[in-house]
Design a protein around this ligand. Structure first.
Ligand code: SAM
Length: 244
């Protein structure tokens, strides 16, 4: 069926492509790709040759309109370099315009570094805010962190190795020395998830900026651990009940 298909791709391990994603890419009329050279490697791994066109949110209106027009008759697949399109990646304007034009829009869910990192971190996963990349300039970064300080939710940031220690220190300053996790190279050979307080993690990485791709997870404010208090109360009640 013609339309726009949002296709998640692996964030490291090519084995993580879903069978449905591979089948859709095989029958796509065109793949709108963030970087066609990166997507070419995935297609080569899958043994596919499919026409591609570059797509970014700053692609001009005409390029977007042309893709939306094609969706009337063609299967248009949207992919980013890695993971789920639109998540700190291009795509939302294409989806917006496809919807406005009444095109069929569907998604083929799959890998996303933010979600994978939350599952690795051991931090509360019931309520979280995905904050993407913090600004690189110190003042703008502090302001962005201050906006998040009162939020009763786990916070998720994308980050790069060279900026990691400064970001962790700024988070400790703006949020307090909360529990946190640094998830690195998820699904790749050197995957690791290091946990500790923001201060400990900032010190750990200060002299040794890590290589590879990174997600930082920060626990909610301490007064948000209502559930833990409730769990303890339930345990006490159970112990008391069993002792009777
Ligand atoms: N759309 C992607 C997704 O669904 O996760 C994210 C794209 S964003 C431009 C790239 C950032 O995602 C990286 O700088 C890093 O912070 C994070 N990331 C991507 N792959 C990762 C991996 N394998 N391990 C840890 N973080 C990763």
């Amino acid at each position: 069926m013609p339309g726009l298909y949002i296709v998640a791709t692996p964030i490291g391990n090519l084995g993580d492509i879903t069978p449905r994603a591979a089948a859709l890419l095989a029958r796509a009329d065109v793949i709108a790709a963030e970087d066609t050279r990166v997507t070419a490697k995935l297609l080569s791994h899958l043994g596919l040759r499919v026409p591609m066109t570059p797509y970014h949110d700053h692609s001009d209106e005409r390029a977007r309109a042309a893709l939306v027009a094609r969706m009337e008759t063609d299967v248009v697949a949207l992919v980013s370099d890695a993971g789920t399109p639109l998540i700190s990646d291009p795509g939302y304007k294409l989806v917006r315009d496809a919807r406005a034009a009444g095109r069929r829009v569907t998604t083929l869910p799959g890998p996303c570094a933010a979600i994978a990192a939350i599952t690795l971190s051991g931090l509360p996963s019931d309520r979280f805010l995905f904050a993407g990349f913090l600004p690189s300039k110190a003042k703008a970064r502090s302001e962005a962190i201050a906006e998040l300080a009162g939020l009763r939710a786990t916070l998720v940031f994308y980050e790069s190795g060279p900026r990691l220690a400064a970001t962790l220190a700024a988070l400790a300053e703006g949020l307090g020395n909360r529990a946190a996790a640094v998830a690195r190279e998820i699904s790749k050979l050197y995957e690791e998830c290091v946990t500790g307080s923001l201060g400990e993690l900032a010190a750990r990485y200060a002299d040794a900026p890590p290589k590879g791709e990174i997600v930082v997870i920060v626990a909610p404010p301490a007064d948000n651990v209502v559930e833990e208090a409730d769990d303890a109360a339930v345990d006490d009640a159970l112990r008391a009940a069993l002792a009777d």
